[in-house]
Design a protein around this ligand. Structure first.
Ligand code: ZN
Ligand code: ZN
Length: 127
């Protein structure tokens, strides 16, 4: 006999499914090990420790760092808001073609000239 095994959501071990029991605290089916509280739950990692900030670090630096990270993600395309419109000026970094981009309809999806994909723009939050 080869019983069907299922993965325990707490510890990730594969255990015959008929050995699972509903744990009142976890409110889910767990393997016998977890039921007895012996297995270490995967999601109980120690809390992430924030790296120490350099002296003089403030929220502005945090913001700038975030923006530069976003810019790095969007190297293929450059966006510039067109004043008075909902659209942005988009410059394809591959072919330097400039075109209007509608951030709300997300159109066009690719560069009209070279068909380079336009990344989903997270920096539209700057609009
Ligand atoms: Zn388990
Ligand atoms: Zn292009």
């Amino acid at each position: 006999m080869n019983p069907v095994k299922a993965q325990c959501k707490r510890c990730g071990n594969f255990v015959p499914s008929d050995q699972f029991r509903l744990h009142f605290e976890y409110r889910q089916m767990v393997c016998p090990g977890c039921f007895k509280g012996k297995a270490v739950a995967k999601d109980e990692k120690p809390k992430k420790v924030e790296p120490p900030r350099p002296p003089g670090w403030d929220a502005d630096d945090d913001y700038l760092e975030k923006m530069s990270r976003l810019k790095k993600q969007e190297q293929n395309v450059q966006f510039k808001k067109i004043p008075g419109t909902d659209q942005v000026q988009c410059t394809c970094m591959k072919c330097k073609y400039q075109f209007k981009y509608d951030p709300f309809r997300k159109r066009p999806r690719v560069c009209p000239y070279c068909s380079e994909e336009i990344p989903q723009m997270k920096t539209f939050s700057m609009l």
